[in-house]
Design a protein. Structure first.
Lengths: 489, 99
């Protein structure tokens, strides 16, 4: 029985269940075996659930085990957001996307580790532990959804629900050799996400293959009355993935994606993939992308303003950690909020400046939102000429343990060499990920090769809003033609 | 210059109710001008601010009533309850001027 199900898709496992060739006990037993084998090595979970006695509901995901990033609310399951300040918070309700999976019969395995409140790209800022990359235990799984990506890579659940804010979902998926899917902003409800940057982040899926990711998206999508940001749209057409036919997409890419700071192995794999797509008859167009530095600036102001606002609520009175032995409310706020890590403090303090300076600079946040609208039109024009854009998923292979701290992005000692590497890394990573979060485009990262050292390398595909089908069809085509099997031996 | 930045950080620390160590103050003060000095912003940009990444406008919350959480469910996970209410630390009088 061992590891038989780990290599199968959710569809295949569901079919085996329906035909009674396996039982839900077999799935649960194998998931437990994988957890026993991997969790002590990689620390993917903050909370593990006792799921052996779970009552299985009927539905498209009946008996399928999954994990949930720890910033998505889960009824009666601890939800810490990787922070000491919420270390004792157990929500009384489920996030809508979690509820939809549970209602379809899926079973929660546990809550996965993440950078505290999503501030980081390594899981090293989690208040509880650092997750390690299962492909190489001296390396990191990316972040902030590193725990979710590592859990799926090891078969500790067949998929994970996570969230994307900048590169929080696709980048960890890429360096862990799994698929990361971020839908169009508004396609899935944000209700139940512990908010950080409300107009940027949205829920998404980490899965072992494109079909599974699309299946989960078709379950979690839809207008939600509890989230005014969610949008009523046509249901995702999964039949387009079954057609298994190459479509004549116009694929755009930019030379800027391969600039200074990219790992030679990533560059080589990306160039070979572009060349392969051209040989396969796709129209490849080199495009000029709107100013990435301006977009980085906009993203920073919006992100920082929204973080400052959203994290103001942790006062020690309403929920979460509350400091004791204080002489007045003022001291209570101070001492309670000292439970934030140094990185989150840095974000809040400097983010608040962005909000405060707004008045001096003609309401900075509003001005940046105007600029965001202007740039959005530029991207609309770009998508008139191409169907999808592709880029590397991450400029580097999985980063070594300690990189976040050494690069100075999450505190610690700043070494010039690693700081320079860090800047190159962030500039390219921003180029690959900022447009999708800033303008709400759907995007998917799929693993396509292993480096010589055996580390996964992925590519990122993104499309215009609500064009998920195009993006998924191309992703499925590439997945089948490259034949990557992300199974860790 | 550094003392100006430190003063600014101390004011922000107070504003955000976050206690900072001296080394944090020094480190954070280096970042203060990074995000407010920009050549990208134009004066007199008359475009409407983007309010939703996918262009949603005039979206309103459902205005009717829904079945709320039961009192039992709402209180179930609270660390401290009393007579069917959430129990929090008493609101304490401030002994310092918050500004």
């Amino acid at each position: 029985m061992k590891n038989k199900l780990y290599s199968k898709t959710i569809h295949e496992v569901s079919d085996l269940l329906k035909s009674k060739k396996i039982s839900t006990k077999d799935i649960i037993d194998e998931t437990k075996e994988n957890i026993d084998m991997w969790e002590s090595k990689i620390c993917a979970f903050i909370t593990l659930c006792d799921f052996s006695g779970s009552r299985i509901q009927k539905g498209r995901l009946a008996g399928i085990p999954f994990s949930v990033k720890d910033n998505l609310s889960t009824k009666n399951i601890l939800t810490t957001v990787g922070s000491k300040i919420l270390e004792n918070y157990t929500p009384p309700y489920d996030a809508t996307v979690v509820d939809k999976c549970k209602s379809s019969g899926a079973v929660i395995v546990g809550k996965t580790n993440m950078d505290e409140f999503g501030h980081g790209f390594t899981t090293e800022t989690s208040a509880f532990k650092t997750t390690l990359n299962p492909w190489d235990l001296k390396r990191l799984p990316g972040g902030s959804s590193g725990g979710a990506a590592a859990a799926v890579a090891c078969g500790m659940g067949l998929f994970a629900l996570a969230t994307e804010n900048l590169d929080s979902l696709r980048m960890p998926a890429a360096v862990c050799g799994v698929v990361g899917l971020k839908p169009t902003y508004g396609r899935c409800s944000r209700y139940g996400i512990i908010a950080m940057a409300s107009s940027l982040e949205c829920p998404g899926v980490i899965a072992r293959n494109v079909n599974d990711a699309a299946l989960i998206l078709s379950i979690i999508e839809g207008k939600d009355e509890k989230d005014a940001n969610s949008i009523s749209t046509e249901a995702l057409d999964l039949l387009c993935l079954k057609a298994n036919k190459k479509q004549n997409f116009r694929i755009g890419y930019s030379r800027n994606y391969l600039g200074d700071g990219i790992d030679p192995a990533v560059k080589s794999v990306f160039e070979k993939q572009i060349s392969a797509l051209s040989d396969q008859g796709f129209e490849i167009l080199e495009v000029e992308i709107p100013d990435p530095e301006a977009e980085d600036f906009m993203n920073n102001i919006i992100y920082r303003s929204e973080v400052s606002s959203n994290l103001a609520r942790y006062d020690g009175i309403r929920f979460g950690y509350s400091a004791n032995d204080v002489k007045d409310s003022f001291e209570q706020y101070y001492k309670t909020r000292s439970a934030f890590s140094s990185e989150v403090k840095r974000q809040i303090v400097t983010d608040t400046l962005a909000v405060e300076e707004s008045e001096k600079l003609g309401r900075l946040y509003i001005e940046v939102q105007k600029l965001r609208g202007e740039f959005s039109k530029k991207w609309d024009r770009l998508f008139k000429n191409v169907d999808v854009l592709i880029s590397p998923s991450a400029p580097n292979l999985a980063l070594p343990v300690g990189f976040g701290k050494k690069s100075g992005f999450i505190g610690g000692v700043v070494e010039k060499k690693t700081a320079d590497e860090g800047k190159g890394y962030m500039r390219l990573q921003g180029m690959y990920s900022v447009p999708a979060v800033l303008y709400g485009f759907p995007a998917i990262s799929i693993p396509i090769r292993l480096s010589e050292g055996g580390l996964p390398i992925g590519i990122n595909i993104f499309a215009d809003r609500f064009e998920e089908e195009k993006m998924l069809c191309l992703a499925k085509f590439i997945e089948e033609t490259v034949g990557f099997r992300g199974l860790i031996s | 210059m550094i003392s100006n930045e430190l003063t600014k950080i101390e004011r922000l620390s107070k504003l955000t109710r976050i206690e900072l160590t001296f080394s944090e103050k020094i480190r954070f003060s280096k970042e203060l001008n990074r995000f407010t000095e920009s050549t990208y912003l134009k004066k007199g940009n008359t475009r409407r601010p983007m309010s939703h990444p996918a262009g949603l406008v005039n979206s309103f919350r459902y205005r009717g009533t829904r079945a709320p959480l039961s009192q039992k469910d709402a209180l179930k996970n609270s660390k401290s309850i009393s007579n069917g209410y959430f129990k929090t630390n008493p609101e304490l009088v401030c002994s310092q001027d918050e500004e």
